[in-house]
Design a protein around this ligand. Structure first.
Ligand code: ATP
Length: 139
């Protein structure tokens, strides 16, 4: 079994949390841990450090530290890939074209307000789980 980190972002949290969690469960993920989390600017910067220097970095880290989010550690075979498939393409407008049943298609707005985050690799998942939950569920 593999673990990944899902975040329900400020554009849809808390309004769509229950609907999104229902889809996660329906897709067969085990929720290992879940909690509301508030990023401060430093935590958001650490979480998204791979994007430092990109044009959207300042906007992204400001947004992600502007309001509470909901973090979930998900477990399933191939959890990283499976959660990215369920989330859909990064841009919600593209998601509505090519993956209309995905979470970003259904709940997101555009290329920046896109409802959810998913780790992009098992290594990223472990790092991100550590950043969000302080390492208490690492491994
Ligand atoms: P990952 O799950 O690896 O973070 P992702 O599909 O969420 O991948 P990234 O490319 O990693 O997307 O970007 C992280 C987040 O930054 C996106 O989810 C989105 O909210 C925002 N973002 C990405 N690209 C842009 C962009 N061009 N303009 C504005 N915001 C962006």
């Amino acid at each position: 079994l593999q673990r990944t980190l899902a975040l329900i972002k400020p554009d849809v949290y808390p309004a769509k949390k229950e609907e999104i969690v229902a889809r996660i469960k329906q897709a067969g993920f085990t929720i290992v841990k879940e909690s509301e989390v508030s990023f401060d600017k430093e935590k958001a910067a650490e979480f998204y450090k791979e994007h430092e220097g990109k044009g959207f970095y300042e906007e992204l880290t400001t947004w992600m530290s502007s309001a509470p989010i909901y973090a979930l550690v998900l477990e399933k075979p191939a959890a990283v890939k499976e959660w990215r498939n369920l989330a859909g393409p990064t841009n919600s407008n593209k998601a509505r074209e090519i993956a209309p049943h995905s979470i970003r298609a259904l709940f997101g707005t555009d290329g920046s307000l896109n409802a959810v985050h998913g780790s992009d690799s098992p290594a990223s998942a472990e790092r991100e789980i550590g950043v969000v939950f302080g390492g208490e569920v690492a491994g």
